[in-house]
Write a new protein. Sequence first.
Length: 309
Amino acid sequence: MTSTPGRGLLHLAAAISQGAAYGTEAEVEAVRLAERGGLDFVTLDDTSADPVTLLSRLASATTRIGLVPAATSARTESGHVPGQARAAGAAPARTGRWIDAATAQDEARGDAREENARDDDRDEKRDAGPCPPRDRPVRVIDATEAQARRAAALYADVVLVRVATAAQAAAVRDQVRRTAEESGRDPGALRILASLLVDLGDGEYAAAPGHGGGGPRQTAQGPHYRGGPVDLAELIATWHANGIVDGFHFTPVEPRRDLERLVNGTVALLQHRGLFRTFYPGSTLREHLDLVGRSDRAAVGGNSRMFKA
């Protein structure tokens, strides 16, 4: 199962933000539903009173899906969330991090230090048997704002863009990939996902002019799709077939209802058309994103460093 921009399998993700009113078990249920649908990963907001415990609980309740917590400056220091996640028992190979573009260089430096430390440790234990594979965390950056795009091109593995039209998405895609190539990175080592709010409240009858097959509308909360699962599947398939994006990241307007309709409706249709996986062929987030085996020269502190995924 390989994925090339606009031609291979889609990459799909969803935001899981059930909120305090729903509780941890509702979040566990939501992530399990997303995993049953084969989604690459879910993103987790930072509203939980104990995000480390929540991440550990979600990791133990699932076996394949990637988990990407938001690492905001208000709650964490650069690189702190992944370390806490490992300490709490979360599977590091499935745990990425959603970082702010402003801290991306510090994140990259931290990854380089960890990589060097692991290399030194392997040298000391060369005769102790085979070492586990490298699991450099997948970095997710929102590149909607123009000032974030250079950081995304230099440091991200997954680039999120909140756009309402295919033309907007294509413009950001071209800019980010061009900057990545100019910096010495392989543009193919980036996964660019369009981020949409989705409201699937009344099935096909919710569609309004400009929605459904016409696409999302720009709102104060961001690009907003309101329609049915079938029209959403058609929108996704069209953008992907035209090479606009590698996939989509969805934020359900009504968490329980819309995620269920997304997975059991839209995703099921895409699977039936052969555009999305029906099972996980691998067990790590990098495998889900088809990034394993790619040599990627990511910038670190103004220079570049070659990583082998």
